[in-house]
Design a protein around this ligand. Sequence first.
Ligand code: SDX
Length: 433
Amino acid sequence: MENKITQTGTAQMVIEGKSYDLPILKGSLGAPGVDVRSLYKQSGHFTFDPGYTSTCSTESQITFIDGGEGQLLYRGYDVEKLAEESNSLEVAYLLINGELPNAEEYKTFKQTITNHTMLHDQVESFFQGYRRDSHPMAMLTGTVGALSGFYHDDQHTTEDEARNLAIHRIIAKIPTLAARCYKYRVGQPHVFPQNNLSYAGNFLRMCFAVPAEEYVVNPIIERAMDKIFILHMDHEQNASTSTVRLAGSSGANPYACIAAGTACLWGPSHGGANEAALNMLKEIGTVDRIPEFIARAKDKSDPFRLMGFGHRVYKATDPRARVMRRTTHEVLGELGITNPVLEVAMELEKIATNEEYFVKRGLYPNVDFYSGIVLSALGFPTDMFTVLFALARTTGWISQWNEMLEDPSQRIGRPRQLYSGATLRDFVPMDKR
Ligand code: SDX
């Protein structure tokens, strides 16, 4: 990665009467940033920004979100266009390499990924340690980290060849691992990848094929799955991507870094919201109960929040939610499925997006609001939703990990703190306390 941010001006910060000049840096899109890297050395003062609401942690050239316009770009291409026109492996190539592949590049990349779809036979033993009713995210977090014990020739992260091998292996193996979490959960034998299928088709077959009969990939479900993978692939420096970058900044094993990101994504405020959103819609149950839940979401004394609503960056509708809504209608229509939860979701969206509390705070449906409905229609149980999110986001995580390691300005991440604990005091022996 070549650093391309430039200085466009100078900010002056006055602290206790002394003025400090700080460069203002700008990229190609988005807000400029004040470079505070020298502030502590110059002034003895830190900046304070818990949750990083006003902090850029890095320069990146992979994904850009315009939160005001509700736009998401992967290497400059609109995600809605990619979801409609492209496919998972073509977008994976784009995120990793920065350009869409030509026919020859795509053929080579697809073959490389195909050659790595199988898991080491002993990975199976890690599943045997889990209870059958373990949450699939618990299994995925543990087993993706376990891969660091099987593949050693790609952990030398300073070498391009080793990093490329890690990138190809994890993108190829994560669907196989995710499907195995599902099969172990439902007590069915795992299904090996079949390399003449598409990335999405192979995953669907590994989840839903059984030895007792032939499994034919349904093209409607395959296309919807592929779109869902593309929509979830990357999203700037969200919590789980930042976790992967921070873990990778120490030179940690790439599979261990992806396991760290998987753990972070599991939280209901992040990738776990798709499971929580469907559970919420089922709890609401009928349209007439919506006002009760809207009131709870607005009540500061009630911890309840509308799951699938709101976003740190989007203050307009998440473009992924737009595509997920269209895909939900397409899939349910084409499969002839009616789901009362969809009616509740649409009515809830209509009411909430006209409610002053939500409009004033820029709270609109995010990617997780509709995803649960369409994933159910595709045949997945609720506790598999975040596994699907992690499967897709693994491509974004490993692309961001690679960009960080190629960034000439990269250093180990080490935030500071404002300490408000006890000051120095003497130890008092137990018999004197
Ligand atoms: C993902 O970062 C990413 O890019 C994430 C993601 C990705 O692709 O990686 O997009 C995936 O994580 C999507 C978000 C999924 N989470 C949910 O749907 C859970 C419900 N949403 C919220 O928990 C919340 O909106 C967050 C966590 C998503 C964002 O939280 P912020 O930016 O910290 O916002 P906030 O908590 O400061 O809220 C601002 C105000 C507060 O009210 P006031 O203090 O101003 O009175 O909005 C309120 C909040 O109480 N609010 C909500 C709400 N979300 C925010 N009120 C009711 N319901 C909600 N969902």
